[in-house]
Write a new protein. Structure first.
Length: 66
């Protein structure tokens, strides 16, 4: 089996509230996805630029950062 088939889809969870982010990451992982965390918009943008394997972004609407 190739690596592409064996890898789980990756979700970027962007939330500035630590406890909400932790809960969201737990939910994403329990759904069978891999999760990457960001605490603000600037951090999320840097992760998206560095990791082309992100499939979905789950984000808070009111987010600190540029």
């Amino acid at each position: 089996m190739s690596d592409a088939v064996a890898q789980r889809p990756v979700v970027l969870v962007v939330e500035d509230d630590f406890l909400l982010r932790m809960d969201a990451v737990d939910i994403v992982r329990s759904g069978g996805f891999d999760a990457v965390e960001a605490g603000n918009a600037d951090e999320a943008i840097a992760i998206l630029e560095a990791r082309p394997t992100i499939h979905v972004v789950f984000t808070d609407i009111q987010m600190p950062g540029s």
